[in-house]
Design a protein around this ligand. Structure first.
Ligand code: 0WD
Ligand code: CA
Length: 382
C-alpha cells in the first residue's frame, strides 16, 4: 500500500499533494524547453568503471534483414540490478564545475542550476500525465537551491527486477541484441560470427552524455545513455541515435499501442537532444521484420488527432508544475532532508519527509549524506 509505508513520517505540515493534471491542452502558457547543449561525455567500462573517455561510443550501421535478436542470449554479460544511484552523474557534473571554475574566461561562472537528474527520472516525471499503469517513487534532496532527484526502488521492486520472468528477460535482451546489430565500435570489431553482429552484449558498458537545458526558468543538468552516433562524432548531440525495438504492428490496436509508446520514446530522446530514434520491429519469435527511423521533433505531429493521442505541451506544463510543487515543498528545511515523492497514476503526486530510519535506508551503510555521496556533499557545502 503506497499510503502506509512505515518509513514515512507523516508530518501534517510537510506532507503535500499535487493532483493530476487535466489532459486537455494547457490553457496557461506552457513553459519553453531549451535546446540541450552537451557539457561532457563519459564511458562505463566492462568492469563498470567510469572514465572520461569515449571508449564506449558506438557508430550506427544498418542491421541485417531478418536478424535473430535472440542470438548469443546465453553469452549476455548482465549488469546486476542495483539501486539507481546518481553518483556517476555527480562525478561528471563535479568535473564540469571544476573545469568551469578553472577556465580563464569564466572564473567561477557555474550557472545556477535548479535540477540535477538522470534523464530516465525526468522522462518518468514528464510522461506522468498519460501514465495509466505504473507508479513510481523518487528521493529528492535540495542543496543551496539545487534539487537532486534519484529513483527510489523499494526492496520488493529491486527483487522483482532481479528475478524477472524468463520471458521478460529475453524480451529485454532483444533490445540489447538489436544494439549490437545496429552498431560498430569503429575499426576493430571482432570478426562476426553472424552477419552484422558487433559483439556480445555487456550491459555494464555504456556511453553517457551530460547536457544542460532549461524547462521554463529552471536550469537543469541531465545525464543519459546514448546508444550510438550516425556518421562521425562531432562533439555534440546533433547526430545521436536512440535504438529501440518494438513488436511489429499488424492492426489498428497495435498501432495505437505503439503511438502510446512513442510518448516515452519522444521525451526520453527530447530531454537529451537526441534527434533520431531508430526502431526495429520484430516478430514474437525475436526476428527483425522492418526498421523505421523517426525524427524526434516530428513525433508529436505524427500522433496528433489519432486515437490515444498525447500532447507534449501537457507534459511540459505538468513538469513545470511538478518542479514548482517540489521547490515549495522542500523550502525552508534542512539540507540533509530527504523527501520521498510518490506518483500514483490517475491520482497525482505526494511528497513526505523521511524520518531517521527512512534516511538510513537511503544511505544504505554507504558513505553518504542522504543519497548524495559524501565527497560530493563535502565539495558543495564548504
Ligand atoms: O532511472 C533511471 N533511468 C536510472 C538510470 C536509474 C538508475 C541508474 N540509471 C543509470 C543507467 O543505467 C545509466 O548508467 O543511469 C544512466 C543513464 O540512464 P538513463 O539514460 O537516464 O536511463 P533511461 O533513459 O531510463 O534508459 C536508457 C537506457 C535503456 O535503453 P532503452 O532503450 O531500454 O530505454 O539505459 C539502459 C537501457 O539500455 N538501462 C539499463 N541497462 C541495464 N540495466 C538499465 C538497467 N537497470 N536502466 C537503463
Ligand atoms: Ca535504446
Amino acid at each position: 500500500d503506497l499510503a502506509e509505508s512505515p518509513a514515512i513520517k507523516r508530518r501534517l505540515v510537510t506532507e503535500c499533494d499535487l493532483s493530476y493534471p487535466a489532459l486537455s491542452h494547457p490553457s496557461s502558457n506552457p513553459p519553453a524547453f531549451q535546446r540541450p547543449s552537451q557539457l561532457i561525455t563519459f564511458s562505463y567500462t566492462p568492469s563498470r568503471t567510469l572514465e572520461f573517455t569515449d571508449s564506449a561510443l558506438r557508430y550506427f550501421v544498418g542491421p541485417p534483414r531478418g536478424a535473430d535478436l535472440g542470438y548469443a542470449y546465453d553469452r549476455w554479460i548482465r549488469r546486476p540490478e542495483e539501486r539507481g544511484r546518481i553518483d556517476g552523474l555527480l562525478t561528471a557534473w563535479s568535473k564540469v564545475q571544476k573545469d568551469m571554475k578553472g577556465s580563464h574566461e569564466g572564473v567561477g561562472k557555474v550557472p545556477d542550476v535548479g535540477v540535477v537528474s538522470w534523464r530516465g527520472v525526468m522522462t518518468k516525471i514528464l510522461t506522468a500525465p498519460y501514465e495509466e499503469r505504473d507508479g513510481w517513487e523518487m528521493n529528492v534532496m535540495a542543496l543551496d537551491g539545487t534539487l537532486y532527484f534519484e529513483e527510489h526502488l523499494s526492496e520488493a521492486r529491486l527483487k522483482e527486477k532481479n528475478d524477472m520472468e524468463p520471458r521478460h528477460r529475453l524480451q529485454s535482451y532483444y533490445g540489447y541484441a538489436f544494439e549490437s546489430y545496429c552498431t560498430s565500435s569503429s575499426c576493430h570489431d571482432s570478426p562476426a560470427d553472424v552477419p552484422g553482429w558487433s559483439g556480445d552484449v555487456d550491459t555494464n558498458v555504456q556511453w553517457c552524455s551530460v547536457v544542460k537545458t532549461k524547462l521554463g526558468d529552471t536550469r537543469m543538468i541531465i545525464g543519459g545513455e546514448v546508444d550510438c552516433v550516425r556518421g562521425k562524432y562531432t562533439g555534440g548531440t546533433d547526430n545521436f541515435v536512440e535504438l529501440k525495438t518494438s513488436m511489429a504492428i499488424r492492426n489498428p490496436h497495435d498501432e495505437s499501442k505503439f503511438e502510446k509508446k512513442l510518448l516515452k520514446f519522444y521525451f526520453q530522446s527530447f530531454l537529451l537532444g537526441v534527434p533520431e530514434i531508430f526502431v526495429g520491429f520484430r516478430k514474437p519469435t525475436g526476428h527483425l521484420t522492418t526498421t523505421q527511423s523517426f525524427q524526434t521533433i516530428q513525433i508529436p505531429r505524427m500522433v496528433r488527432g489519432k486515437p490515444g493521442a498525447w500532447d507534449p505541451l501537457v507534459c511540459l506544463d505538468w513538469g513545470q508544475q511538478f518542479l514548482s510543487f517540489i521547490k515549495a515543498t522542500v523550502k525552508g528545511g534542512s539540507r540533509r532532508d530527504v523527501w520521498r515523492v510518490r506518483f500514483v497514476p490517475k491520482v497525482g503526486v505526494t511528497a513526505a519527509l523521511l524520518d531517521g530510519a527512512g534516511v538510513q535506508d537511503v544511505e544504505a551503510d554507504e558513505d553518504r549524506v542522504g543519497f548524495l555521496p559524501r565527497w560530493y556533499w563535502a565539495e558543495n557545502t564548504a
